[in-house]
Design a protein around this ligand. Structure first.
Ligand SMILES: O=c1ccn([C@@H]2O[C@H](COP(=O)(O)OP(=O)(O)O[C@H]3O[C@H](CO)[C@H](O)[C@H](O)[C@H]3O)[C@@H](O)[C@H]2O)c(=O)[nH]1
Length: 318
């Protein structure tokens, strides 16, 4: 079976590519290499079942070329930086909504059977119910990024029902692990490398979120995709996360400990009651009961995933 992974040279995308290649799929990757890197997929570049296209999905012609002859599109290409929404909303619109539209048009024209999309916990905004289930309402994102993900979900649902494109959406918690090149753990390691004595924590450090290791994420996506195919549904949505949560201050402590340092923490205070930036969701934990009922659960909790990620990044970062 031939599949396309958009953003396949990126953090989560490249781990998905590893599993798909190991399982014997024919895999095509399209990536504009804005955040992704060929280094993440170098082990497959010469493989006969693998094909890499460098291109930007904002162009419909590029999107059409990318989806040609594939049965499944895993759509992971996106700009993942929640914090840039206040400065560059247009960029988040283009790299999350516009490219999804462009891809959907290509999928419709080329009659691709399945679409799997990585959405985000940020579609829930400041949810009043925690753990937050998939049917929580109203969906009121508080960042442009969350709004863009929700808009992309809505477009996908509309296309799925209108053109019978079987579509599966995952709302992901904070995904961490080897090859991640942004986010709180990556930032803390780099800040401590620059100054081992002091660590700046954005906000008040009480931000509390659920973290899921990328290995659990990819396993969950592929497991639930198989279930989705068996059920023959047109459209479905699953949360993927871990069942506990951890504060930013605790993450700072784990990073410092793993680096053998005892820095002084200083808090910037942040915005809107201790958030790291405008649109930062302060408390996030997703209900994963729906995925669990189908037989998936993560192997690592947030604490285990954070510690393992720190070790992985320390091993691989220059
Ligand atoms: O130097 C830093 C960096 C981050 N933080 C704090 O750490 C928390 C986590 O921030 P990340 O940048 O790691 O992650 P986000 O919650 O902003 O977003 C991540 O998780 C979301 C889903 O929950 C998305 O989908 C998104 O793409 C992904 O990057 C935030 O509260 C932030 O304020 C700091 O205190 N200092």
């Amino acid at each position: 079976m031939k599949v396309l992974v958009t953003g396949g040279a990126g953090f989560i995308g490249s781990h998905l590519v590893d599993r798909l290649m190991e399982q014997g799929y024919e895999v095509r990757v399209i990536d504009n290499l804005s955040a992704g890197s060929l280094n993440n997929i170098k082990q497959w570049l010469d493989h006969e079942r693998f094909e890499f296209l460098k291109g930007d999905l904002r162009s419909k012609e590029v999107a059409k070329k990318a989806v040609k002859d594939v049965e499944v599109v895993f759509h992971l290409a996106a700009n993942p930086e929640v914090r840039i929404g206040a400065q560059s909303p247009g960029l988040l619109y283009e790299t999350n909504v516009l490219i999804t539209y462009s891809l959907l048009e290509a999928i419709r024209e080329e009659e691709v059977q399945y679409l799997v999309f990585t959405s985000s916990s940020t579609v829930y905004g400041d949810a009043k119910v925690i753990p937050t289930p998939e049917d929580y309402a109203p969906l009121e994102p508080i960042s442009v990024y969350g709004g863009a993900k929700l808009a992309a979900e809505a477009l996908i649902s509309g296309y799925a029902h209108t053109f019978d494109i079987k579509s599966l959406v995952f709302r992901l918690a904070n995904i961490i692990g080897e090859r991640s090149n942004h986010g709180v753990i990556y930032d803390f390691i780099n800040k401590l490398k620059a100054d081992p004595n002091r660590l700046e924590i954005l906000g008040d450090g009480t931000q509390k979120k659920s973290y899921l290791h990328v290995s659990d994420t990819v396993e969950g996506m592929l497991f639930l995709f198989e279930k989705f195919k068996e059920e023959n549904k047109t459209y479905d949505v699953y949360n993927l996360g871990s069942e506990d949560w951890i504060t930013v201050k605790e993450i700072a402590e784990i990073v410092s400990e793993e680096m053998g340092l005892s820095p002084e923490f200083y808090f910037t205070g942040g915005v809107d009651g201790g958030r790291g930036w405008k649109g930062d969701v302060k408390f996030m934990r997703l209900s994963i009961e729906k995925a669990k009922r189908k037989g998936w659960k993560p192997k690592m909790n947030s604490y285990g995933a954070v510690r393992r990620t720190v070790q992985e990044l320390l091993r691989t970062l220059e």
